[in-house]
Write a protein that binds this ligand. Structure first.
Ligand SMILES: [Zn+2]
Length: 468
């Protein structure tokens, strides 16, 4: 698929970590030479690697430990005490376990929120794994139910984030970027937000935070800062092209206007929103407003999969579940997807409808090219074009569950029939990280054994965590 979402049949040539040519341009680019290595992708789809827009690698060890809860209770009773019990080695084990799943599922770029302590361990694991990633250290200096171990002073918190940036930003041949990651409005004081504003502006770092996720959170946010999330960030001058807000379930039309005016981005996490009962985000309205947006699964403690195929399917289904809003074909505003490289939703008669549910093609764009643009990486990754980084996944499409003619609608096959287990190859910057069941940078048996041992220690420590 190129930037326009066109599906090509043929070869793809990678040279020096970049896509050198696609389809009919390959023979000329090869100029009669023989490639050093070849991968036979017959019967498979070659796609841009997935860009995972919102993740907590530190929570992979917590999978299945925080069930039947809503956001604030989930954080206060389970997630924060568990995060407070992390050591550098348990964070690293958690990150490796998550990356093994993500890479084998065709994810080639992530945006991770980190945790308050030991986020350097995440940087080290990302570096060794070969994946592309933006990551930060979660910033917290207040909040009801927050364990003492997760509360830092604004100064100490920012200093540590800057040390992380100094060490990793632009590192690993440009694969790693560091963000500032204030967790959410309720966990950050006025002074901490001021530090974030100042440093984000002077250093040009991405600001990655949660916003308007659940009704209970929105209620507490209003009590704390007397307004809603996007209005608060707008008033603070935080919204801008390097702002990435996860969830955005409860944003009103005026807030979408603020985000669009500032060119801020949103990340849709439908699995997490459904499991925590947070609500159904109106991604059609985001796209109609012209907001850059991507797709993520959130952490393994609230999903519980780190699986872009699952998330794409849910994004499409949630959009259907929200209904069409008005009768088919009725004009109501600008066409959905205008300006999007992935095209637009169309009604039964093929006429673009403002309120049409997201199509499979829209959803694949969220997980690839649109997701890359949301992270400011639109020129780097997210589509198969000569000159872009060779961040690629190959997805088998020859099994019974793909149907008799999966190529008739590649997008629908990818979103509604394909599975993470269909991924045959994942490559970042031309380096193969996963191929036909084997990882090249991670040993899955060792990763699993290490995660199991670290979980036992973590649970013992978590029983002793004090709440501030
Ligand atoms: Zn999150």
């Amino acid at each position: 698929m190129d930037a326009a979402g066109t599906v090509l049949r043929g070869d793809l040539l990678v040279r020096d970590g970049l896509i050198a040519a696609t389809g009919p341009a390959v023979p000329a680019a090869l100029a009669g030479a023989t490639p050093d290595a070849e991968f036979d992708a017959a019967g498979a789809f070659v796609i841009p690697g997935f860009v995972h827009g919102h993740l907590h690698l530190c929570q992979t060890l917590f999978r299945g430990l925080a069930e039947q809860s809503d956001l604030l209770r989930w954080l206060r009773e389970r997630i924060w005490p568990l995060e407070a019990a992390h050591t550098a080695s348990s964070v690293a084990a958690s990150a490796r376990l998550g990356l093994a799943e993500l890479i084998a599922g065709g994810v080639t770029c992530i945006n991770d929120m980190g945790t308050v302590r030991h986020s350097e361990a995440i940087g080290e694991v990302l570096e060794a794994s070969g994946i592309r990633g933006v990551f930060g250290k979660a910033l917290m200096d207040q909040g009801e139910g927050v364990p003492a171990a997760l509360i830092e002073s604004p100064r100490a918190s920012i200093d540590e984030a800057l040390a992380l940036a100094k060490r990793f930003h632009g590192g690993a041949a440009g694969r790693l970027l560091v963000s500032l990651a204030p967790r959410f409005i309720l966990s950050c004081s006025d002074g901490l937000w001021r530090e974030v504003e100042e440093k984000a502006a002077t250093l040009g770092l991405l600001v990655h935070t949660h916003m308007a996720e659940s009704p209970g959170e929105a209620h507490e946010v209003r009590a704390a800062v007397a307004t809603t999330a996007a209005r608060y960030f707008s008033m603070r001058g935080l919204l801008g092209p390097r702002f990435v807000g996860a969830h955005g379930v409860w944003l009103d039309p005026e807030e979408l206007g603020l985000l669009k005016a500032a060119d801020a981005a949103l990340v849709h996490c439908p699995g997490s929103n459904l499991k925590l009962g947070s609500g159904l985000a109106d991604v059609r309205a985001w796209r109609r407003a012209g907001i850059r947006c991507g797709l993520g699964s959130d952490g393994a403690a609230c999903n519980n999969r780190l699986d872009s195929f699952h998330e794409m399917s849910l994004a499409a289904l949630v959009s259907r579940a929200r209904g069409t809003g008005s009768p088919a074909g009725s004009p109501s505003g600008p066409a959905t997807g205008a300006g999007s490289p992935a095209g637009s939703a169309t009604g039964a008669a093929g006429v673009a409808r403002a309120d049409a549910p997201l199509t499979a093609r829209d959803v694949v764009a969220l997980a690839t090219c649109d997701g890359a643009r949301a992270l400011g990486l639109g020129d780097v990754a997210g589509s198969l074009e000569a000159g872009k980084q060779a961040d690629i996944a190959v997805v088998d499409a020859s099994a019974p569950h793909h149907g008799p003619a999966p190529e008739r609608d590649v997008y629908t096959t990818l979103v509604h029939a394909a599975r993470a287990a269909d991924v045959r190859l994942a490559m970042v910057q031309g380096r193969v990280l996963y191929r036909d069941g084997a990882w090249t940078t991670l040993d899955p048996r060792a990763v699993q054994a290490d995660a199991r041992a670290e979980l036992a220690g973590l649970l013992k420590r978590a029983s002793m965590v004090e709440v501030a």
